[in-house]
Design a protein around this ligand. Structure first.
Ligand SMILES: [Zn+2]
Ligand SMILES: [Zn+2]
Length: 131
């Protein structure tokens, strides 16, 4: 069952349609619509959440908390993947030549913490030359 079909099921149910009518309209089997609605009663009408790692639909906690992963394994896999991506970018601690603030630079060393500091430094250079 796709997310779209699930949304439609709830919509049609809201309109007062029965399992059989819903199933016919969506070309699904009445028994699967019925069992779906029994497992997912009206109180869970909100959007179906999918596992951020494998994309499987997740049945949510009954107390309203939102589960983002179908299993602990998916949770771990997801964060492992993302940590690796973050590690690939090396970080450098640099001191700005203009304001002398220590800042973190990604992927290479930089002389200035910001474009403003770079411009200030440039304009002073030009100012000295003119004055
Ligand atoms: Zn998963
Ligand atoms: Zn600076």
């Amino acid at each position: 069952m796709t997310e779209n079909e699930i949304k439609k099921i709830y919509e049609l149910k809201e309109e007062g349609k029965g399992y059989y009518a819903i199933a016919t309209l969506l070309s699904l089997s009445p028994s699967s619509v019925k069992s779906f609605l029994l497992r997912h009663p009206k109180s869970e009408l909100e959007i179906v959440h999918h596992c951020k790692n494998c994309g499987a639909a997740i049945s949510q906690f009954s107390d309203g908390r939102i589960k983002r992963f179908c299993s602990l394994k998916c949770h771990r896999d997801y964060w492992n993947k993302h940590r690796k991506i973050a590690d690939r970018k090396s970080t450098y601690q640099c001191e700005c030549e203009e304001c002398h603030k220590v800042f973190t630079s990604y992927g290479g060393k930089r002389r200035f913490c910001s474009r403003t500091c770079f411009q200030q430094n440039e304009s002073r250079k030009w100012g000295n030359k003119n004055g």
